[in-house]
Design a protein around this ligand. Structure first.
Ligand SMILES: NC(=O)c1ccc[n+]([C@@H]2O[C@H](COP(=O)([O-])OP(=O)(O)OC[C@H]3O[C@@H](n4cnc5c(N)ncnc54)[C@H](OP(=O)(O)O)[C@@H]3O)[C@@H](O)[C@H]2O)c1
Length: 323
């Protein structure tokens, strides 16, 4: 079986390539011509994908059985840039898939950001109306809408929650903060969230590949557990053997950091992590999705060992010289 993966050089994409290669699948790692191949396994067949050339995309995809469309932006300078990266290239790919003689299974990596945050502690199901609160979530919802309206090949939409693991730079900041001896919490309220290790996400996607019941479905993807932010920080502290000092930053002060980050992004014309959009997501009450649909249809039942996976992540960061 041939599986093509877009954004194959990124954090999630490179880990998906490694997983599917290790499981004996043939993998076409699709990257942009400017991308580095450093994170890709040597055995991956790398293809430079030009998203502006539909004929060329068709040539690369015509013999594939599955396309995991993982490429996308999690931060951008403008809403337009985000929409173009997340919805625009999805629409272009679909128009190519619709012309292929051999229909392939299109698996889209969306995000929990589409479902939106929870108020209280009741996880959202895939049946709840989407409620994205950031440009990121709205751009992912736009892509999902295009898939459902236009994709004539079988599709599956997967909405991962926060993904962590080897090669991820977002959680790296948290690891660095804890290593420096600080455990910063924004606001007094300890928030609830889901997590998924990148190896678990790869397992989840493999279930979507092999199980025909996945076709035409939207799935939330998490390790099935509910964590508090404090629990995640304390587990990182445990694996790093640190006793960090807890500091609670008042909401009004945290907002100033995000607004300043946003301004820095505008002036420097760079996509910064701490921006106004990220603020909406971080300040939300909690991010919880129900694993029930995936459990029922895909038999999804991961080990969900946060300590083990955070330990592996720390070791990987140390090996890479990042921590
Ligand atoms: N990490 C998470 O916690 C998380 C959670 C839920 C969903 N997701 C989704 O998972 C996917 C991968 O995320 P990640 O964390 O692995 O991010 P990442 O490390 O930044 O990788 C993003 C990949 O997408 C490619 N890409 C970005 N903008 C593009 C564009 N305009 N056209 C074509 N390719 C583009 C990048 O290519 P270049 O290197 O060439 O820029 C890179 O290969 C994204 O779709 C993201 O929305 C991630």
């Amino acid at each position: 079986m041939i599986i093509a993966i877009t954004g194959a050089n990124g954090f999630v994409g490179s880990n998906l390539c490694k997983h599917f290669l290790a499981k004996g699948y043939e993998v076409k790692a699709l990257i942009r011509k400017t991308a580095s191949t450093a994170s890709l396994p040597a055995s991956a067949k790398v293809f430079l994908l030009n998203y502006d050339d539909k004929q060329h995309m068709g040539e690369i995809l015509k013999d594939c059985d599955v396309l995991v469309h993982n490429a996308g932006k999690t931060k951008a300078r403008t809403h337009y840039e985000m929409l173009k990266a997340n919805c625009g290239i999805t629409e272009d790919l679909i128009s190519v898939l619709n012309t292929l003689q051999k229909p392939l299974h299109f698996i889209y990596i969306s995000s929990q950001a589409v479902a939106g945050p929870v108020t209280g502690n009741n996880p959202l199901s895939e049946e709840n109306p989407p409620n994205p609160i950031s440009c990121y979530g709205k751009s992912k919802l736009a892509a999902e809408t295009v898939i459902q309206a236009k994709c004539r090949t079988p599709w599956t939409i997967v909405r991962p929650c926060s993904v962590y693991g080897c090669g991820d730079r977002d959680f790296l900041s948290l690891f660095k903060m804890v290593k420096s001896g600080l455990a910063v919490q924004i606001g007094k309220q300890d928030k609830l969230l889901n997590m998924i290790h990148v190896s678990e996400l790869a397992e989840f996607l493999e279930l979507c590949v092999v199980n025909p019941q996945a076709k035409g479905q939207i799935f939330a993807a998490s390790d099935g557990k509910i964590y508090t932010q404090r629990e995640v920080v304390l587990t990182i502290a445990k694996v790093l053997n640190k006793k960090p000092l807890r500091i609670v930053i008042p909401l009004w002060l945290a907002k100033q950091f995000f607004y300043t980050g946003h301004l820095i992004g505008l002036v420097s014309k760079r996509a910064v992590v701490l921006n106004r959009e990220k603020m909406k997501e971080i300040l939300a009450d909690g991010w919880l999705s129900s694993p029930q649909k995936a459990q029922a249809l895909l038999n999804w039942n991961p080990e969900a060992n946060l300590t083990k996976h955070l330990k592996e992540t720390a070791e990987c960061y140390q090996k890479l010289g990042w921590l």
